[in-house]
Design a protein around this ligand. Structure first.
Ligand SMILES: Cc1cc2nc3c(=O)[nH]c(=O)nc-3n(C[C@H](O)[C@H](O)[C@H](O)COP(=O)(O)OP(=O)(O)OC[C@H]3O[C@@H](n4cnc5c(N)ncnc54)[C@H](O)[C@@H]3O)c2cc1C
Length: 333
């Protein structure tokens, strides 16, 4: 491959510590390094705390560069992009890896333009082929998969959907003591745009393909238990989905229907309540990180398709879940 250099992964450190996304990125970078054959390093916008340093060591992070004045860079994506682009150049090119969240999604195209780099957003998988690296991304929600080949003629900027990041440590990763250094980015002029605040999406209205946690109702719900489920979703601030028979009853709009003809979803947690587990439904949820199901029939096909399954009657457990959710929220909701 023509391109040399390193994989530089940008990891935000909310309050100095690594969060789930950060640990997922470290795991992703270690795997990408093995696939691409490039060494990898991390850039952070703040001095890591002790817990973050332990995580860097556990995930086999070879080197960590602290961006000087990095805290200010987080709210000026153009400056952060310029700093990361100059760090990539200083490292001799290669790959810049970012999470596909509001920050990474904003920084990636600006950094790519500065580096005259190839850009691949929402990358879900990568493999080495003879011509270079083949990268796959999901487009139109998660309805289509697109493959592109990077032959290494220019640097490459990649973003990875945060829901696709796994914190699981690879068996082949060995604990190391990272080398720490500081990078002082060149002056980038005045910022054209500054982030004033970040407003998280409302789980009640967010597109289900983007939802982090989904509780879904099947035909095992009657009108009373369905409204209890909606209440539970409101209390816990999670998104509500339905199967086709529930949609057919007219209780929700089509955009809430999950499955082959509805939305294909990839949440961190999918809770299936009173859902039998037909292939038309399971086909739309199988890439969820954790599937938990509740059904009164121990032989329901949803169970072999679940990570955890509970044989229970929704009429009994939903009121208890609501009580529990209220007590956890301290009655404030
Ligand atoms: C071309 C085509 C496309 C389709 N696309 C989709 C799609 O996109 N999405 C989709 O969902 N379906 C789709 N379907 C329909 C699909 O085949 C199933 O009919 C549907 O998914 C079943 O929905 P369900 O699990 O809610 O209902 P059911 O299959 O009726 O299952 C209800 C479950 O609830 C359990 N139950 C009952 N009472 C209780 C209780 N009190 N407590 C706990 N559990 C209880 C039962 O044991 C049962 O397992 C499609 C069908 C076709 C032909």
């Amino acid at each position: 491959m023509a391109q040399q250099g390193k994989i530089l992964v940008f990891v935000d450190l909310p309050e100095g510590a690594l969060d789930e996304t950060g640990r997922g990125l470290l795991s992703y970078a270690a795997r990408l390094s093995q696939i691409a054959g490039f060494p990898w390093e991390v850039a952070v916008p703040a001095e890591p705390d002790d817990a973050a340093r332990r995580d860097f060591a556990r995930y086999g992070t070879p080197a960590v560069t602290v961006l000087a004045e990095g805290a200010g860079l987080i709210d000026t994506p153009a400056h952060l992009a310029a700093a990361l682009a100059s760090l990539v150049q200083a490292q001799g090119g290669g790959i810049l890896l970012l999470p596909h969240n509001d920050l990474g999604g904003t920084v990636a195209p600006v950094a790519a333009a500065r580096l005259s780099a190839a850009l691949m957003t929402e990358t879900v998988s990568v493999k080495q082929v003879e011509a270079g690296l083949e990268l796959y991304r999901q487009i139109l929600g998660v309805r289509l998969s697109e493959a592109r080949c990077w032959q290494g003629e220019t640097p490459l900027v990649i973003t990875v959907p945060t829901r696709r990041l796994s914190q699981v440590l690879m068996a082949t990763v060995k604990e190391v003591t990272p080398a720490y250094s500081t990078f002082i980015p060149a002056e980038s002029g005045s910022a054209t745009a500054r982030v004033l605040g970040r407003i998280p999406p409302d789980p009640q209205t967010v597109d289900l393909t983007e939802a982090e946690v989904i509780f879904s109702a099947g035909k095992g719900c009657d009108e009373a238990t369905f409204s209890q489920l909606q209440e539970l979703c409101r209390l816990l601030n999670v998104s509500c989905g339905v199967t086709r028979p529930v949609y057919d009853l007219g209780w929700t709009g089509f955009e809430r229907m999950v499955g082959q003809t509805g939305r294909t979803v990839t949440p961190r947690l999918y809770l299936a309540l009173g859902i039998s587990g037909s292939m038309h439904h399971v086909g739309g949820i199988k890439d969820s990180r954790l599937i938990v199901s509740v059904n009164s029939d121990a032989k329901a096909p949803i169970f072999p398709n679940s990570d955890e399954g509970y044989v229970a009657d929704l009429k009994e457990i939903l009121p208890r879940l609501i009580d529990r959710a209220r007590s956890v929220a301290g009655g404030a909701l």
